[in-house]
Design a protein around this ligand. Sequence first.
Ligand code: HEM
Length: 479
Amino acid sequence: MPLQVEDIQGILLYGYGQLRHACFLLLGIIDGDAAKAWLGTLDIRNADFKPDEIHRCVNIAFTSAGLRRLGLSDEMVDEFSTEFREGMAGTEHRQRILGDTGESSPDKWRWGGPRNAEPHVLLMLYGRDEATLSVLLSEQRLRLASFGLQLIEQLDTSWLLHDKEHFGFRDGVSQTGIEGVHTRTSRGNTIPAGEFVLGYPNAYGQYTQRPLVSRDQDPGELLPQAPDDQRRHDLGMNGSYLVFRQLSQDVATFWQYCDEKTRRRDGAPNPEGRVRLASKMVGRWPSGTPLVRSPEKDDPAFTSDNEFLYYGSGDAHGLKCPIGAHIRRTNPRDSLEPDPGSDRSIEVGKRHRIIRRGRVYGTPVANSMEVTDIVAAGDVAGERGLHFLCFNTHIGRQFEFIQRTWVNNPGFDGLYDDDDPLIGDRGSGHGKTGGTFTIQADPIRTRVTGMPRFVQVRGAAYFFLPGLRALRFLVSVGR
Ligand code: HEM
């Protein structure tokens, strides 16, 4: 079934890479009817566009509390997934599996936690240049109060040179493609639409559970009929679940750690060793070149390469890219049981993928984004990090699975005491003080220990990104 691109919000299928300036507004709904009137005035960008033709755009998503404020009945909200309804900070169990403990625990968050005003709406604004975004932002902000909305948080973003994140590594190289939409991604990275867009067959060939309503609940027939249920209308169709985590990065501690662990016998710094260790932790060199392609040094020929496998590229044992590296954990490609190195292994991996749509925030410690300058800059004041946004249709089987079973799992793929060296929680929930990272080598592997937590959570929430017809339905509910 072809995707109904005109009914899907643009951010789900494309990252708006050409719209470098973005801002996220978290809003509270004070007056549901006024908020519905406001929704009716918004010009929400769908996914049917040519990148050169748009200069600014708006997309929107809601928390479960937000859907209730719009007047969705308990019966309808119950149709949404448990993870979404409970929320990211909803249960202690979820906090533990996500690693949201210690300094990252929800009661310390700036937004989305139990001590913060509850966000109901996420408004995503994008502009081609700063001036365009700033006009869009002030237009939106000016209207909020008169439509019964309260601004809870304005989350600004940045764009760093060479598409890097704050530690100094190129990000966004590996993109997950959707079957029938993205034709340039490799076979292993091209996933059935239903993994990201509700209402289409997923990696099991089935329809992921999603909100359906009875015909009576949709008297205006605004929603399409559910393809797998003749009696019900599809509120989920062409929508998705959006995971939003504000992740702050401690750049100085990250590079100090890599520096200390690679000093020469006489105590002198070892700049190449430092970059090498950090690259082993990521799985790519700062330029983006994957370690499986060039394990010994950065090679500018492969900076955008995403066609590699692990077993299939001669790295079954992690001698090129360590087993525990960030990219190998978050997308093990052909390393998964039951039959690593096979097509079946890749197919299993397709059940646990996400589409990343995040943006960096905060000023860089060095504008050049070169590692030497980042290290030389040292501890620069100010907060910086990643507004991590990703899409999936089954939060438990996709985002939460990655976070629990791969990122924070000390026993990942035969390891026994390592978590993700870049973003792992260091077992902080169990009173452990530092992480371990193993670098497989022949004849003897090396291990670095006492690794602090480099990334902390400052705010987070699960949202539902509706299709455009579903949005019209939300505007009409109870009216
Ligand atoms: C501040 C936090 C983070 C930083 C600095 C970071 C950094 C990076 C970098 C440098 C890459 C390599 C570039 C690329 O392949 O596109 C990458 C890839 C990736 N990251 Fe992260 N990341 C962060 C958080 C996360 C989180 C929370 C998740 C999911 C739970 C995640 C999932 C992924 C995935 C799926 C890939 C692509 C792997 C592949 O397909 O090979 N990242 N990240």
